[in-house]
Design a protein around this ligand. Structure first.
Ligand code: FAD
Length: 522
């Protein structure tokens, strides 16, 4: 065993010498025992945002978590190395967060997904249903596997082709979050390799500091190699409803109504309908013809509309039918007369709805374009002002993509986790506002993209006056980060010093710098 470890260390040393040579890229695939490095590192410099393109020197395709542990324990113990390491899940980051300039990218999809589903009561110790899955597995894989057992995770993201480790590193939210909390509130246990190379199993009761650090920790403290996700009984069908409004106040009141009835409603989201294109951008997957023909201009000024989207799960065991629930809610809601649309779809199709948007955009070459996205958490006390600010700063004629807006409840988030929510603790309701913009290079070349990014900065900067915080944050200066974390900065930095003291992990986030180990501490 010791000989194997010694050989692995020699192999990493060979790799580091190769990386330090004038020609940075590994010229041919290197299979160094458990460490399998890939030749072409170019694809690891691309993400969904298509704004930053930082090439690594090498790409590791680990066959097991041990390979990750070996690499990190070696790097954290070697005096000369300034090499950084980024886990790459599905690379659906926007601003290069899963990239590592001249460092090593670990492609997490190389780990076997190895999804194991356990139904409650199956084993004596199991008081709940759960699944164990690799950190590199996609949520859609977990859905498919758990549905075979009639089960499914409770909390989702809108899009399922994201990795489990990737969304647990940021939070993971969708229309179920008001009811069950974000994905990070639905995890029972994690296997993590820290920046020091230690492989640790952690949970709320075991190595809890590491567990909470990693959840929403932007990849700063360790690499999630395996996660235990809470499951519940899956419905077969879902009633999926969309209702339109021409007034924000009424729209927001109806969203409040829906989130105040979690025993009836299973999912609540909403959109700002800015123009014809934004109406289309979230309609592909909704299998109903909309008779909604809004007039976007009124008296020469832009007029906007709002759409609530909610869903009710159809469980045959429920006392009340989904039809009755929707009818009862419709009686109380104040949407535009007759502007409510109801369809019934399978649970799988409902959860996988953004895949249809993806296919539609891919078919016209508009998926692989730059995406200058901005997501903000806005406290309820500031939401009117924020929506005003947003509408002042974006041009309805040019905006391409959906604008999401829906409420979440603060008490569904664990304050020990690393995600930063707005400070206004009196506001139990926090909105997520997502400006999910596409910048087609044909109509928006490089200078236009830069100006959209500046607009985002302007909105994010001004929004801090109402206590808003970025979700999936991106800041380009240390001052930006310390302001983002605010009171939590001391805890976040102390956690970094404890679990990744040399700043090896997730350099693409731009929060900490890589440090060298001093010879005396070796
Ligand atoms: P990556 O981009 O690969 O990585 C993100 C960060 O996490 C990087 O810093 C990386 O180093 C780190 N990381 C990756 N894997 C691990 C790991 N195993 N252990 C530790 N660190 C790791 N988010 C929502 O909350 N709700 C949504 O509804 C939603 N919808 C989206 C729809 C689309 C089309 C896209 C492109 C994104 C969406 N997102 C949504 C955002 C998405 O959840 C985040 O960008 C998430 O980080 C992407 O996961 P990934 O696997 O692609 O991560």
């Amino acid at each position: 065993m010791e000989i194997a470890l010694f050989c692995a260390r020699i192999n990493i040393l060979i790799l580091l010498l190769a990386l330090c040579s004038p020609c940075k890229f590994i010229q041919s695939p290197m299979d160094l025992g458990p460490l399998n490095f890939r030749q072409n590192a170019n694809t690891a410099s691309i993400d969904f945002g298509r704004i930053h393109f930082n090439s690594p020197s090498a790409v590791l395709r680990p066959k097991s978590p041990q390979a990750i542990s070996l690499l990190l324990s070696f790097l954290s113990g070697s005096s000369f190395s300034k090499i950084t390491v980024a886990a790459r899940g599905a690379a659906h980051s926007i601003y290069g967060q899963a990239q590592a300039l001249d460092g090593i990218v670990i492609e997490m999809d190389a780990l076997p997904s190895n999804i194991q589903v356990h139904r409650k009561g199956e084993r004596e110790a199991d008081g709940v249903s759960y699944a164990d899955a690799s950190g590199g597995a996609l949520w859609v894989e977990l859905l498919e596997e758990s549905l075979k057992h009639g089960l499914a995770p409770r909390s989702w993201t809108d899009y399922l082709y994201l990795s489990i480790g990737g969304t647990l590193s940021i939070g993971g939210i969708s229309g179920q979050t008001f009811k069950y909390g974000p994905q990070i509130s639905n995890v029972l246990q994690l296997d993590v390799v820290t920046g020091k190379g230690e492989a640790i199993t952690c949970s709320p009761s075991k190595s809890s500091e590491l567990f909470y650090s990693v959840l929403g920790g932007l990849g700063q403290f360790g690499i999630i190699t395996r996660a235990r996700i809470l499951l519940q009984e899956a419905p077969e069908k879902v009633k999926w409803v969309r209702a339109f409004y021409d007034d924000f106040h009424t729209f927001a009141k109806d969203q409040d109504l829906l989130i105040s009835t979690p025993d009836l409603v299973d999912y609540v989201e909403g959109f700002i309908v800015i123009n014809e294109q934004s109406l289309k951008s979230f309609s592909t997957a909704f299998p109903a013809h909309l008779h909604f023909t809004p007039k976007f201009q009124s008296d020469g000024r832009s007029k906007v509309y709002y759409c609530i989207e909610y869903a009710v799960h159809d469980h045959s065991s429920k006392d009340i039918s989904t039809e009755q629930v929707v009818l009862e809610l419709s009686r109380q809601m104040r949407h535009l007369p007759s502007q409510v649309y109801i369809v019934e779809v399978s649970y799988y199709d409902f959860l996988n709805r953004v895949r249809m948007e993806e296919m539609s955009l891919r078919s016209v070459g508009l998926w692989e374009v730059p995406h200058p996205w901005l997501n903000m958490f806005v406290p309820k006390s500031g939401i009117n002002e924020f929506v005003g600010l947003l509408l002042e700063n974006i041009s309805a004629e040019e905006f391409e993509g959906p604008v999401l807006i829906y409420p979440l409840l603060r008490d569904k988030w664990d304050a020990n986790a690393s995600v930063v929510l707005p400070d206004a603790a009196d506001d139990q309701v926090i909105y997520i506002v997502g400006m999910l913009r596409s910048a087609n290079p044909a109509s928006c070349p490089a200078a236009c993209l830069q100006s959209l990014l500046q607009t985002n900065n302007r909105i994010a900067g001004a929004a801090s006056a109402v206590g808003a915080k970025q979700y999936i944050p991106h800041h380009s200066s240390p001052a930006g980060w310390s302001e983002h974390f605010g009171r939590q900065w001391a805890r976040f930095s102390a956690r970094k010093a404890r679990f990744d003291p040399l700043g090896i992990l997730a350099p693409g986030q731009g929060i900490f710098s890589r440090r060298s180990i001093s010879i005396s501490s070796l």
